[in-house]
Design a protein around this ligand. Structure first.
Ligand SMILES: O=C(O)[C@H](O)[C@@H](O)[C@H](O)[C@H](O)COP(=O)(O)O
Length: 229
């Protein structure tokens, strides 16, 4: 059962999440000399990343990577790398080391081996994996009805190329194994539609139906959910 942080206002939830992230990253730097965080894309993280960018941290000791990526150029409007560079990696936080997913391969499937090699060099377990969730219960790029979902839930690999059933662009995604190889999972749930999917996911059932369950139906990794109305 996740630790839940409930907020009426999404902006307050975002700043509280950013504050908590900064505390965990600071503790990691103090304890191990390095902190690693994997970030999701989409719309929800933007206010969290803008707030986190202002945190007083030894940013040069922070490694920032992605939970998933759309297979588009890093300057494309839909690029998660672009989102991270525009919001988090500014000012003091620009000193952080960024490890992206997109490489020069023509498509995600051809690019997976190079991405896997880069991810295997990260200092596992990560300190934080920040997850969002779609209203279909997907997380990362692990989608219900996705052709690669079963592989994404079972493989020992860290990364997976996938084609979403109903979203643009091929994706690169962290696998369930990679997502659960973290000290903390932080989850953003904004609005009533996502809250009802979250509650349904918590009630139990197959991971394949609501892939967010890969994070909720386990006790090995601590999960905190920031829930706003
Ligand atoms: O690349 C992505 O799109 C994300 O990683 C994805 O898994 C996201 O977290 C959900 O789709 C929620 O997206 P929103 O925050 O935009 O609702």
């Amino acid at each position: 059962m996740p630790t839940e942080h409930l907020f009426i206002d999404a902006a307050l939830a975002a700043s509280d999440m950013a504050r908590r992230i900064a505390v965990v990253l600071g503790d990691a730097i103090e304890t191990r000399g390095v902190a690693t965080i994997a970030l999701s894309g989409g719309r929800s993280p933007r206010p969290v990343l803008e707030a986190l960018s202002q945190a007083e941290l030894d940013w040069e000791k922070v490694i920032v990577t992605l939970v998933d990526e759309r297979w588009v150029a890093p300057d494309h409007a839909d690029s998660n790398e672009r989102l991270i560079r525009e919001t988090l990696l500014q000012g003091k936080a620009a000193k952080a080391r960024f490890v992206g997913m997109k490489n020069d391969a023509a498509d995600a499937y051809a690019g997976q081996a190079e991405c896997e090699a880069a991810f295997s060099r990260l200092p596992w377990p990560l300190d934080i994996v920040l997850l969002g969730m779609g209203e279909d219960g997907h997380t990362a790029s692990l989608f219900p009805q996705g052709d690669e979902l079963a592989d994404g839930l079972s493989t020992s690999a860290l990364t997976l190329a996938a084609t979403p059933p109903a979203a643009p662009h091929q994706r690169m995604s962290m696998t369930a194994k990679a997502i659960l190889s973290s000290r903390h999972i932080f989850l953003q749930i904004g609005g009533p539609a996502k809250k009802s999917v979250y509650d349904r996911a918590l009630a139990g059932g197959p991971v394949e139906e609501l892939p967010i369950r890969l994070a909720l139906n386990q006790n090995a990794v601590s999960v905190e959910a920031w829930i706003s109305e």
